[in-house]
Ligand binder design. Structure first.
Ligand code: C2E
Ligand code: CA
Ligand code: CA
Ligand code: CA
Length: 278
């Protein structure tokens, strides 16, 4: 067992070193990228399940390298969170999302959803800064939705509770992202009164038309959301079969490759104007 352990270690060391230097590279270059206009937001359309009406879009950040290649958020958001860079990065995302929302709203009534890291929500003053962006771009608060993960709800401090009630008081809506993957507690959900639960893609990918049990988790989340007067949005819908199962289960909304991938702003605008089912 000792030998095997040592062998495993040797096997992984170069890999770990490589990943550590990737992180260092990301850390050093992300700082510059922020000041250098290398970040961009892509938009993934969201639809109502009954009628497939386009209702909004989720803004997802990408980092465009000078050579044109894209670095996906899964690679740099965790580094940004560890280094504190998430605060300026998150501010950039919120400001840019509001700037784009102002343009999009001239074409169509839409809900623009923005992802927030826990660190951003725990920093006092978020609601005030959001109010500032909304007013400088002239956006109705009801057009903005902020997505946070369940872990934020477990926060004991008053900062999160105050921020959430301030935001909701303004009319900004709140969604819980990846619902069901973290620590969920009904009590926390009640305490924070969020507007929407986003059902994680792993529960959507399990759905099978010929197996009623496959939808057990999605069904439970939808039932719970309904009793707490929250909406549900299913993430990662890739097939018509999944779509039909979700309609059957009474889910409200969805997003996923079946109906639209995340796309650069100009493409999303073309998609809107091209008459994506009104
Ligand atoms: P998320 O918020 O759960 O976003 C959904 C992810 O699923 C996105 O990956 C999206 O491209 C992908 N996706 C959408 N539809 C489908 C589908 O049908 N099938 C599959 N397989 N995947 C689908 P992306 O853009 O790589 O983002 C990854 C994560 O990075 C996000 O997960 C979110 O947690 C984080 N993220 C993205 N943008 C931001 C941001 O501006 N701020 C923060 N704090 N986090 C962000
Ligand atoms: Ca999200
Ligand atoms: Ca999600
Ligand atoms: Ca996810």
């Amino acid at each position: 067992a000792k030998e095997a352990g040592r062998a495993t270690c040797r096997f992984f060391t170069p890999e770990l070193n490589r990943r550590a230097s990737d992180r260092l590279w990301i850390e050093n270059n992300l700082r510059r990228a922020l000041g250098n206009d290398e970040l961009e937001l892509h938009f993934q359309p969201q639809f109502s399940l009954d009628g497939r009406r386009l209702i909004g879009a989720e803004a997802l950040v990408r980092w465009r390298q000078p050579d044109g290649t894209l670095i996906m958020p899964g690679q740099f958001i965790p580094v940004a969170e560890d280094t504190g860079l998430i605060l300026p990065l998150g501010d950039w995302v919120l400001g840019e999302a509001c700037r784009r929302a102002a343009e999009l709203l001239r074409h169509r009534d839409l809900l623009i959803a923005v992802n927030l890291s826990a660190v951003q929500v725990r920093r006092p003053g978020l609601a005030e800064r959001v109010a500032g962006w909304l007013s400088s771009y002239g956006i109705p608060p009801a057009a903005l939705e902020l997505e946070v993960t369940e872990s934020v709800l477990m926060d004991e401090s008053d900062v999160v509770a105050d921020t959430f009630s301030h935001l909701r008081g303004m009319g900004v809506s709140l969604a819980i992202d990846d619902f069901g993957t973290g620590y969920s507690s009904l009590a926390y959900l009640k305490r924070f009164r969020v507007d929407k639960l986003k059902i994680d893609r792993r529960f959507v990918s399990e759905l099978r038309a010929d197996n009623p049990d496959s939808g057990a988790i999605a069904k439970a989340v939808i039932g719970m959301a309904r009793s707490l007067h929250m909406d549900t949005l299913a993430e990662g819908v890739e097939t018509e079969e999944q779509y039909r199962c979700l309609v059957e289960l009474g889910c409200d909304q969805c997003q996923g490759y079946l109906l639209g991938r995340p796309m650069p702003y100009d493409d999303f605008l073309a998609f809107l104007r091209g008459g994506a089912a009104a």
